[in-house]
Design a protein around this ligand. Structure first.
Ligand code: ZN
Length: 351
């Protein structure tokens, strides 16, 4: 069983009791790999404790208006999208903060209001983030849809009327979205097979966020809550952790070198292929050979770190079955965050 290297230390260090609500800066050894980088996380939608009018019309970034917000979908088993988005976002936040990044978020909790779509786009721009990530999950039916599944990245149809938004989304936004797609694929997720998605990317002109955001934006639809397999991952703590690792890795790939041409040049990585659920992993191979020989040190660093992070995914699956599930209750996201943070620290210590 694979517990070795990463497992024991991390699991022992995870507190049995949930940490306080502000888990970020109390950790002792925060990494510096992402020092100076700012990430804006936008967990889609909001909690139900508000009295806002969702139908209030706001700027859609294309010369028209649209509803201020929507409530988001609900999975087959009745889990609201806003909660899934929130938990994954918190995991991503703790992962990035453990590497020294500054993380700002569009909403402060999963109970109340979080702003209209235009408010969130404005907040992303004002944050001065190097990259913003809107985290969502999709649905295709109010009943079971066994056929449609998979993740996708929404990118805006270009050009965007706002020159600042167009510049941000045509360059950094496209690059970051492509890297996120690649990260999802390497983590074992399948691109969506519906709604005109091509290779995990869906171009749309009717989503206001990307058309209003003046920093590079990634808009991820993690999966289809109407599909039983996708829903199971979205609803479970270990599934949410898998999504968070894929998202964190995509962000790190972008922040440590946004040259997309190099992103796939590592070739067919030997250890990063997705392990099928339940696959046994007997050790954690550090895929040092996946970095292409190149003169670009930033790219080498990015590839090495990315490879290390990817190598963790099968381990997470193992822990999900054997250890993590016992440690983490569905509502104890703080402990999952601690797990993710500890995992990343261990990875970095082993570099
Ligand atoms: Zn959504």
């Amino acid at each position: 069983m694979c517990t070795g290297i990463i497992g024991v230390g991390v699991l022992v260090s995870a507190p049995a009791v949930a940490a306080p609500a502000t888990p970020s800066s109390t950790a002792s050894a925060v990494g510096t790999e992402l020092s100076g980088k700012t990430v804006f996380l936008d967990p889609g939608h909001q909690g139900g404790a508000h009295s806002e009018n969702l139908q209030r019309q706001v700027n859609d970034g294309r010369g028209g208006t649209k509803n201020c917000q929507t409530t988001g979908m609900t999975t087959l088993d009745g889990v609201p999208e806003h909660t899934i988005n929130w938990k994954v976002s918190e995991l991503v936040r703790s992962s990035l903060e453990s590497l020294g990044a500054t993380v700002k978020t569009s909403r402060a909790d999963d109970t109340g209001w979080g702003g209209c779509v235009d408010d969130r786009a404005r907040a992303a721009g004002e944050s001065g983030a190097d990259v913003a990530v809107s985290i969502h999950a999709d649905s295709t039916s109010t009943t079971t849809d066994a056929d449609k599944h998979g993740f996708h990245l929404i990118v805006p149809t270009l050009p965007i009327p706002s020159a600042a938004a167009d510049a941000a989304q045509s360059e950094g936004g496209r690059s970051a979205s492509t890297l996120m797609r690649d990260s999802y694929v390497r983590a074992g997720f399948e691109p969506a097979n519906y709604a005109g998605v091509e290779n995990g990317i869906q171009e749309r002109s009717d989503v206001a966020g990307p058309a209003l955001t003046t920093v590079p934006l990634v808009f991820v639809e993690m999966g289809n809550g109407s599909n039983p397999d996708d829903a199971a991952l979205l609803e479970s703590s270990d599934g949410q952790l898998k999504h968070a690792i894929a998202i964190s890795t995509g962000i790190i790939d972008y922040l440590l070198g946004s040259d997309t041409a190099e992103a796939s040049s590592a070739g067919p990585a030997t250890t990063t292929a997705a392990a099928p659920a339940g696959a046994k992993t007997t050790d954690i191979t550090v895929p040092t050979a996946t970095a292409p020989s190149t003169e670009r040190s930033a790219v080498e660093g990015r590839s090495a770190l990315s490879g290390l992070l990817e190598s963790v995914s099968p381990s997470v699956e193992s822990f999900g079955v054997d250890g993590l599930r016992g440690l983490v209750t569905p509502d104890n996201v703080s402990s999952v965050s601690t797990f993710a943070r500890g995992l990343l620290k261990q990875i970095l210590a082993d570099r």
